[in-house]
Write a protein that binds this ligand. Structure first.
Ligand code: HEM
Length: 568
């Protein structure tokens, strides 16, 4: 083949082939749009799914100038995604040469997709999280039922009570540390919430209890890193680890060429695997010896439920393999870490600039705790309704999982959506059914649903009291937390709702109530000038300067958040 023929072929594949595909997509979607009134947005270029996540940040400057770039960016750009919905409606379709994506912030569509787990599957992208083994987060269909059934006991009331006790223990050390800072100024609040969440997970996952200061830092015999440091390094460097571990053998061969940071990531990845293997072996040994006392941690629970399923004579597929146990332990650590830690960090920052809310939950905390030195989970957590309202409101505006992707099992899957221009409050009559065209995925924009003025009065205002029903004569204990409405799903909904929801709620109420029982939090600045208004504006700006970083919404400059924490 001549050089010019080669060039023509390359040109065809680079330009014409995608263009032809796009034209065919456009044709299918045009009919759909005619039927349903949805907006179609055409993008000239889409670099085939996942790599876009890598390319997109590099192209960031372009997003400012080209509308189509901004729309693609909406898949990961958090607030930008919500703005697209304001502009194009609750449902719109992006048509590109590679695939089509329906973006929705429509509570009707979101609820239906999350309810129909057998029809709307988690896309292959999730499988990248099979780092240590397949797990409940990444599998679909019957496999999912098996994983979910065996992992469910990890989140029972016994575990919640254990989470509460461990949270209180960790938080007492954290708040004592904060109160002892020179000038009562705390600069590592965001980091501290991450350490705390990690330690609670280490205890709940492995039964390894850490001290808040430093934790267990000595490597166990046969290890180079401590358990905690191995897990911390894996969680903090997940993208690097996802890139290097599929080529583990090759990376080993060229290890001498790699920078120390990459080598350390590989080491941490292996060390965590080894620790988990050892914990599984130990747990099995204890189980066979004592034949009894079950511990309230994930490994113990998973082994027992899995082995019990086998003993009870279910087919051998009703249990989890050791790799799947490892996969689930890892996914609990991953899914439960930044999500809860970031929610706590946002809540502290927001409370510092909203003294009226601090007073409001302070009233509840004083009433519930009185002088109880050892508050029990069963009596205390259910009474902390205002504190939970703070969590709801923080998740509404800064929910760590702003968007959820799904793909239909087969083409032409029906999907109920709210009719464009229909009043949001209309019920069944305001909906229509569309048939999802082939080669189309869906992105559920939870953040857009949580921040639209259709559903929330003053949606951008952080106002936890919107979740509490009371009248001026209602006594505190009679107040009620509103049931979560259809348009509020920070933990998702339906059968695949987050299994760690209660875990995170217990941890959140435990941390906030323990800190605010003793301390009052106000904004501060790096240079220590506590001119109130300036400090308030600084913290407010830092909170607003957030983005979808890695897998969760986080502050871009967490190290710049300074708080003053004084004894109440
Ligand atoms: C504020 C805290 C949390 C929030 C907002 C949150 C949110 C979510 C959301 C939205 C999903 C659905 C994702 C999807 O379908 O793609 C999810 C799933 C999941 N979460 Fe959480 N989560 C939180 C804490 C936790 C904790 C503490 C754990 C475990 C210790 C956990 C474990 C999981 C697991 C295993 C799944 C997958 C469930 C399945 O697919 O069946 N999460 N979470």
């Amino acid at each position: 083949m001549s050089y010019s023929e080669l060039l023509a072929l390359a040109f065809f594949f680079a330009i014409f082939f995608p263009l032809l595909r796009q034209l065919s997509h456009l044709y299918t979607n045009y009919t759909l749009a005619r039927q349903t009134g949805l907006r179609i947005i055409i993008v000239p270029f889409y670099p085939f799914g996942t790599p876009w996540l890598i390319i997109a940040p590099l192209c960031a400057p372009l997003f400012q100038h080209f509308e189509w770039c901004r729309i693609l960016n909406a898949t990961w750009a958090w607030q930008d995604g919500a703005r697209q919905h304001e502009r194009y409606g609750e449902n719109f379709i992006v048509v590109s040469p590679a695939k089509n994506v329906i973006y929705t912030s429509d509570k009707v569509a979101i609820e239906e997709v999350l309810k129909e787990r057998k029809v709307w599957l988690k896309p292959k992208l999730y499988e990248t999280m099979d780092l240590y083994g397949r797990n409940v987060d990444t599998v679909n269909s019957e496999d999912w039922s098996r994983h979910r059934k065996i992992t469910a006991p990890c989140f029972n009331e016994r575990v919640s009570s254990f989470v509460w006790d461990e949270t209180i223990r960790q938080t007492q050390a954290m708040v004592a540390h904060w109160l002892s800072q020179p000038g009562a100024r705390v600069s590592r609040m965001v980091d501290d919430t991450r350490v705390l969440a990690l330690h609670v997970l280490c205890a709940a996952g492995f039964g390894v209890r850490q001290n808040f200061h430093g934790g267990v830092r000595n490597p166990a015999p046969g290890h180079q890193l401590s358990h905690r440091d191995a897990l911390m390094t894996v969680l903090n460097n997940l993208i690097t680890i996802l890139i290097i571990t599929p080529q583990e053998a090759f990376v080993d061969k060229v290890a001498f060429l790699l920078p120390p940071r990459i080598k350390n990531c590989l080491l941490a990845f292996r060390e965590f695997r080894q620790y988990t293997d050892e914990a599984i072996a130990l747990e099995r040994k204890l189980l066979s010896q004592a034949g009894g006392a079950q511990k309230a941690n994930f490994i113990s629970t998973l082994i027992r439920t899995s082995d019990q399923a086998k003993d009870e004579g279910f087919q051998s597929t009703a249990k989890l393999t050791d790799d799947e146990i490892k996969g689930n332990i890892f996914i609990f650590s991953f899914a439960g870490h930044d999500t809860t830690a970031n929610t706590l960090a946002y809540a502290f920052a927001l409370l510092s600039i909203h003294p009226e809310v601090q007073n409001w939950i302070g009233e509840e905390i004083d009433e519930v705790f009185r002088n109880d030195a050892d508050p029990k989970y069963e009596d205390t957590h259910p009474q902390l309704k205002r504190v939970l309202a703070v969590m709801y409101e923080t998740l509404r505006l800064y929910g760590p999982v702003p968007q959820i992707p799904r793909g239909p099992l087969s083409p032409n899957t029906p999907l109920t959506i709210t009719k464009p221009n229909a009043s949001i409050s209309t019920s069944a009559t305001g909906t229509t059914t569309m048939h999802v065209p082939p080669n189309t995925e869906i992105v559920l924009n939870l953040h857009a649903m949580h921040t639209t003025s259709h559903h929330y009065v003053s949606p951008q205002e952080w106002k936890p009291s919107r979740w509490i029903t009371s009248s001026s004569s209602t006594r505190l204990e009679e107040e009620k937390l509103l049931p979560r409405p259809q348009n509020f799903a920070p933990w998702a909904s339906g059968p695949r709702i987050c299994p760690g929801m209660k875990f995170s709620q217990v941890e959140f109420t435990g941390v906030l109530s323990t800190v605010l029982r003793q301390a009052w939090v106000t904004p501060s600045t790096k240079d220590g000038s506590d001119a109130e208004e300036e400090a308030r504006k600084t913290v407010q700006a830092l909170v607003k300067d957030s983005a979808l970083i890695g897998a969760t919404v986080s502050m871009r400059r967490p190290g710049e958040v300074w708080l003053r924490v004084v004894r109440r």
